[in-house]
Design a protein around this ligand. Structure first.
Ligand code: NAD
Ligand code: UD1
Length: 338
């Protein structure tokens, strides 16, 4: 398939471009490089031996993007483009509503999603964050969404899902899939591509690798008084290559309409367990101390993965230990990122 990959130079996008190339698809990347470097794609080419068509365009650019789309045809669109820093979204909500919702609207307009008789399917990067304060575990796709979302970033995911669902409702020829990622971590096993956070990371896994490499001095564990086995927060960490392959599997789903599908492993891992897993691959202790809970955090969150298996024939295949080893290889071989 000829597949438009918006945000394809970013962390999950670049790994997915690699998976697409490995399966013989033809990715075309559109990215404005606001949070990435084109070096990620150069390295995917280096790994696969295949060139990648790249266009530096902002999806919200009302001239350049529609004009690009008029000249192109795609069988499917993987829509990764968006901002993702939760804290920044609280400080600057309009930036997030404008870019995340604006880019999705712009994309749907460019493919005439409401009226076209043969629009390309859209596979959207959603997040387990849409489940908000739902406490049902494991989280299934029919668990309540929208309630207890604590930040604008999370709301943009909820709203974009709704926009896609309403559009699919209005046009039976349009298919939209929201893949709800749990916590993607790790890197491609080559160590050539990986997560490249700007500034101090907010998320646990990149923070741990930067402590392990000596770039940061100590990890704060946000709370050890949760109602979990060791008191620290539990999440469903999934290898980024599994997430990438989940997208390739979603290309084959033919049923029309809107589908929300969890991409997780189904297994919960605590903060302490993830630290221990990293210590094993690094071969040294990762210094940490316990600090108060982070506002907006929930105790535990992991996926029911049966729908992905049923609809996509996909399930995760990699262990946490592999994700840690791959993240560490990437970090130690690229201490300054790209
Ligand atoms: P990322 O920041 O590495 O990648 C996003 C890419 O989109 C970047 O390359 C950025 O330059 C590009 N971009 C942003 N706005 C754009 C615009 N208007 N036009 C063109 N390009 C634009 O983030 P990621 O971790 O790869 O995440 C990809 C998607 O998955 C995002 O939508 C994110 O919200 C979602 N997601 C990520 C996680 C995670 O833990 N990383 C979890 C759940 C959902
Ligand atoms: C966070 C976002 C979520 C987003 C996801 C991916 C919040 C409330 N949620 O999810 O919307 O989709 O990132 O970008 O921000 N932890 C520490 N110390 C740290 C960092 C994290 O102890 O320095 C703990 C957290 O309390 C949590 C776990 O590690 O229990 C995972 O945190 P994180 O990696 O930030 O992911 P989420 O909070 O699940």
């Amino acid at each position: 398939m000829r597949v438009l990959v918006t945000g394809g130079a970013g962390y999950i996008g670049s790994h997915t471009v690699l998976s697409l190339l490995e399966k013989g698809h033809v990715p075309v990347v559109v990215d404005n490089l606001s949070n990435s470097s084109v070096e990620s794609l150069n390295r995917v080419t280096e790994i696969t031996g295949k060139p990648i068509e790249f266009h530096n365009i902002d999806l919200c650019d009302e001239e350049a993007f529609p004009s690009f789309m008029r000249e192109q045809t795609f069988d499917a669109i993987l829509h990764f483009a968006g901002f993702k820093a939760v804290g920044e979204s609280v400080a600057n909500p309009l930036k997030y509503y404008k870019n995340n919702i604006g880019s999705t609207l712009s994309l749907l307009k460019a493919i005439d999603a409401t009226t076209s008789t043969n629009p390309p399917k859209v596979i959207f990067s959603s997040s387990a964050t849409v489940y908000g304060s739902s406490t049902e575990l494991p989280l299934t796709e029919s668990s309540k969404t929208g309630e207890g979302i604590t930040n604008p970033y999370g709301f943009t995911k909820f709203v974009c899902e709704r926009i896609l669902a309403d559009t699919a409702e209005a046009n039976s020829a349009f298919q939209a899939i929201a893949l709800r990622y749990f916590n993607p971590i790790g890197a491609h096993e080559s160590g050539r591509i990986g997560e490249n956070p700007s500034g101090i990371p907010n998320n646990l896994a990149p923070y741990i690798t930067q402590v392990a490499s000596g770039k940061l001095s100590e990890l704060s564990v946000f709370g050890d008084d949760y109602d979990t086995a060791d008191g620290t927060g539990v999440r469903d960490y999934i290898h980024v290559m599994d997430v990438a392959e989940g997208h390739v599997a979603a290309l084959s789903l033919t049923e029309s309409g809107f589908h929300a599908i969890n991409l997780g492993t189904g297994k919960g891992t605590s903060v302490i367990e993830l630290i221990k897993a990293f210590e094993k691959v690094v071969g040294a202790p990762v210094p940490f101390s316990v600090s108060p809970r982070r506002p907006g955090d929930i105790a535990a969150c992991y996926a029911d993965t049966s729908l992905a298996k049923q609809l996509l024939g996909w399930s995760s295949t990699r262990y946490i230990s592999e994700a840690c080893a791959d993240a560490w290889r990437w970090q130690s071989q690229n201490p300054k990122g790209y």
